[in-house]
Design a protein around this ligand. Sequence first.
Ligand SMILES: Nc1ncnc2c1ncn2[C@@H]1O[C@H](COP(=O)(O)OP(=O)(O)O)[C@@H](O)[C@H]1O
Ligand SMILES: [Mg+2]
Length: 304
Amino acid sequence: MSGSSIFDQLRADRSTLKEVVEDGFPRPEHTRVIAVANQKGGVGKTSTVVNVAAALAEGGLHVLVVDADSQGNASTALGVEHDEEQASIYEVLVEGARVADVAVQTRFAETLWCVPSTIDVAAVEIELINASQRESRMRLALEEYLRDREEGGLPRLDYILIDCPPSLGIMTINAFVAAGEVLIPMQAEYYALEGLALLTRSVDRIAQIHNPDLTVSMIALTMFDKRTTLAKEVEAEVRTYFPAATLTTRIPRSVRVAEAPSFGSPVVFWDPRSTGAVAYKKLAREIATRGTRAAERHDDSTEA
Ligand SMILES: Nc1ncnc2c1ncn2[C@@H]1O[C@H](COP(=O)(O)OP(=O)(O)O)[C@@H](O)[C@H]1O
Ligand SMILES: [Mg+2]
């Protein structure tokens, strides 16, 4: 609000920037598969996926984004074609295409790849209703892809980030079965905690049936406005219930983050020094350095 707070912010951004660009990101021991999910739309899932992916790739890591939302926003934001001619996650899940034949290299980094989504992807929910292995198709396809890369002498992927649709349908279930962790982006709003409770219950249910290791390892506060009392209160509550999973870095509301997709670019590449880009780089570093340490969190927090 006051002039000095803007300067403080700029100073903070500059020191953060230094901190995040100085060295590359640590490479995880195994490929980390992270489903980025929230059944609510407009909470920052896609922005989080593309910008964290961009920052990790810029830090030298090998990253695949799986666009699992028929709106194709992650594909757009990564500058990847997604008209009807383009093979997409639909062909992988419904027709058995190989991820290796569908994944597209982005123009931003040699190590940043995307499995696009097209409007066809909306039909996956219906096509898979009576299909065999309908919940595990994404996992099987990604496992095959990791093997294909190994056999082809390609570097091991460090991260697979799955951009989920705003629902808990078969696509999101596929993402939960494929993933080792769930990252929930959330806006600090009044009903956010109710939504979070529903989502963690769904994750637990999928974990029980299909994927015992699955955990909500991370919660990221997005579009955060630290001037509002409500945002601070909601943040405090989320940190109380999910002390280990809630990431320290908050993503502020920043018009640059919202503008970047119209240039077919993550803000991390389009305006790397903007507040939003700096925050996403910091978030990516936090995600990369904490590994899967937060795995314990969920149990102690559900008891609270
Ligand atoms: N930090 C931010 N500041 C301002 N606008 C944002 C921010 N993050 C996302 N947006 C905008 O909010 C809208 C919803 O974000 P998006 O990432 O598409 O959410 P979701 O994938 O959950 O629907 C988009 O128009 C996006 O550009
Ligand atoms: Mg989205």
